[in-house]
Design a protein around this ligand. Sequence first.
Ligand SMILES: Cc1ncc(COP(=O)(O)O)c(C=O)c1O
Length: 455
Amino acid sequence: MSITKKILLNESDLPDMYYNIQADMPNPTLPPLHPGTKQPIGPEDLAALFPMELIKQEVSQERYIGIPEEVRNVYKLYRPTPMFRASNLEKVLDTPAKIYYKYEGVSPTGSHKPNTAIAQAYYNKMEGVKALITETGAGQWGSALSFACQQFDLGCEVYMVKISYDQKPYRKIMMNTFGAQVYSSPSDRTNSGRKILAEDPNSPGSLGIAISEAVEMAATTEGTNYALGSVLNHVLMHQTVIGQEAIKQLEMTGDFPDIIIAPFGGGSNFAGIAFPFLRYNLKEGKNIRCIAVEPASCPKLTKGEFRYDFGDAVGLTPLIPMYTLGHTFVPAPIHAGGLRYHGAGAIISQLLKDKIIEAVALQQIECFEAGVKFARAEGIIPAPEANHGIAQVIREAIKAKEEGVKKTILFNLCGHGYFDMSAYEDYFAGKLVDHELTDEQLYSELRKLQTPEAA
Ligand SMILES: Cc1ncc(COP(=O)(O)O)c(C=O)c1O
C-alpha cells in the first residue's frame, strides 16, 4: 500500500500566533524570586537583560500572542517545516505503530533554535539594543542566535561550553560566518569564568557556567542584552510554531497522536511540539502521553528535586521553581551537549509535578544505536540530542508490537547531526560510555543548596 511520506504545508499555513500554555495550566507556575532578596521579582529586575516585550511575554496569561510580520518573514526561509512518516523505520522495527516526525533540521542552522532566536533578535532590535550575548552547549543555539542577529543587524557574542568548543570546531566557524564572536567557556573574560577556572583549571564547562558568563557580560556591557535558548517561558512559547504546524499536518493524514516524544535539555523543543497538543488534554479531555527524554547522566526530571534554584552555575539569575540537580552540578561530558543542563523550565517543572507530562532518562549508547538505526532507515543523521527522543520512540514502537496495539507516535527531530560527526566517530570506535551515577554523584550538589523550597 502506498503511503504519503512527506506531509507538507504551504507558506500561508505558517502560524501567526504563539500559543501560551500558561493560559490553560490547571496550576500556575510559582513566581521567580530575586537572587538576593528572595522576594518575587518584578519587570524592572529583568530589564538589565531583556527587552520589555519579552519580559511581558514571560508573565503573560494571554492564550495567543501575535507573531510580528518581520519575524514571520524570516521564518519563511525554512517554515513551515516538513513532517515525515517514518515508514522505513516502522518496517525495520516491524511495528504496528505509525511513526511521524516533525523535522526542524531544515532551518538555516540545523535545529529548532532559530524559532526563538529570530523572535528574540527582533524584539531586542525594536527596543534599540545593539548586540546580544549568549551561551551555547551543543553549538546549535549559538549558531541560531548568530544567524538571527545577522538578520536584524545586531552584534552577537557567544560563550561556548569548552567541551563542545573542542569537539565541534566547525560550529564555531559557522557562528563566525554569521558574524558572531565565540569564546570557550569557562573563559578568563568574566569574574564567573575566572572563579570556575580557579577551582578547576580543566573544567569541561557546562551550560550553567556559560550562562553565568553571558549574563555577567550582558549586565555589565552598555547597549547589550542577554538571550537564552531554552528554559524561560517566552522561549518555550516561541517554539510552539512547531506543534501548531504539526496539528495541521497530522489532520491531513487523518491520524491523531497517542504519544508525543522529544528530547529534553531545558524544555524548548519538547514544549514546541507538545504544548499545542497538550491543549487537547487540558481542554478537550484527550489523553495524549507527552514524554520528555533526558540523558541518564543528567536526570533532573526523573531524579532531581522540585525546588527553587538558579538558572546558572554561579547564582546570578533569578531563582526559578524547577526540577534540578543543583546549579553547581556539572554533568559528564556526553556528546549530547544541549542536554547537559542541571535544571528545567518552570512551566515544564509544574506540568511534570502535576503529572500532565512524563519523563524518562536514557543512556547515551542506546541513544546512538537508535540514531544510527534511524539514519540508515530514513536517511537523516540526527543530532545526538535528538537521538534521545528516537530511542524512546523505538522503545514505544516495540512495546506496541509486543502488546499488539496500534499506536500513533509523533516525535520532534529537533536537529540534524552533520556537525556532530566526532560523536558518531566515537560511537563507532566503541569509545562512548554510559554513566550510572551513584547517589553521592547525583545528590551531592543538591544537598549543598540553600535556595528556598518550592512549596
Ligand atoms: C538539537 C538540540 N536538541 C535539543 C536541545 C535541548 O534544548 P531544549 O530542551 O531547549 O530543546 C538542544 C540544545 O542545545 C539542541 O541543540
